[in-house]
Design a protein around this ligand. Sequence first.
Ligand code: SR1
Length: 348
Amino acid sequence: MTSFFSLAASAALLTFSVLPAAHAGGIAGAPAPFDKGGVKVALVSYISAGDFFQAYQAGAQAQADALGIDLRVFPGRQDAAEQREQILQAINLGVEGIVVDHGLPESLGDVVQQALDKGIKVVAFDVNLDNPKIPQVEQSDHELARLALDQAVKENGTSFNAGYVYVAGFAPLDRRNEVWDSFRTQNKGVVEKARFGTVNDTTAIATADQAKAVLRANPDITVVFAPYDEFARGVKLAATDLGIADRIKIYSADVSTADIQEITEEGSPWVATAATNPAVVGAVSIRAAALQIAGQPVDHTLVVKPALLTQAELRAAGVKTIEELAAKVPAFNASDAAKADWIPAKLF
Ligand code: SR1
């Protein structure tokens, strides 16, 4: 199993190539157009609220800066029509690449095709655009869900009543759901008592309201699988408000400084999360776009691997922020996906 400590042990084996950051005039020795600089790329998000998406965007911006890319960020408002419009705006701005971050595939296909037809390179993160010309970035959601559920079994056995937080239609949540379905098939003693969840601009609050109703109606729930940090935050809030934080355990996905604080605080029911560093995922997305713009090969599927972070390990290590986590576990700081000698490595 990949865990916080096994990553720490292997981190010493990693090497980084730190090249000088880009200057306004471009990167010496880089392929065109990066040798001259001024390359415009758009990041068009579907969701931008919440820690994960802010950190993803910060990582994308840092990698873009290192490459001398002029990154135009279009904030997501969970609005499919607006995301389509933003892709058209990006095309009109004359960008050379577009990173599409989440979204609904059915509302993006034709506008993304317009971009490709104009020679614009497209990269997709966590939205299946189902096109051989579009590299897909993901976090290995199957492994991520497996890590969290294996930990649930380790701490609760294979028979328990569970609450499950899920909203269909988001590629990462759908992939994690596949693992939840097969986990329940393999563990007949795990009973899904209730399924709930909302994704909107206040996901944690909306999920907390639902979780309160679910936990009141099902006092025998002892485990909640909430594989998105905003979901986990909502369930924790509900359990704390109801005064039952000591009798449920929450297993989640994602990590941020705020999440680490919520996980490690005294009496927290949030006992484990499986996560990548979202800033690294943002950097990989930009590197994939840059490689394509430079006419260099890019794998069709680019996977950033997650690690399991348990409450016990985080407390024992005294980790309080994502920066401290990255400092203790350098592998959390970088991914080998979409790398090239001419691309400045971005260390966070
Ligand atoms: C609504 S989808 C939320 C997920 O997207 C990213 O993959 C994050 O891991 C988050 O859990």
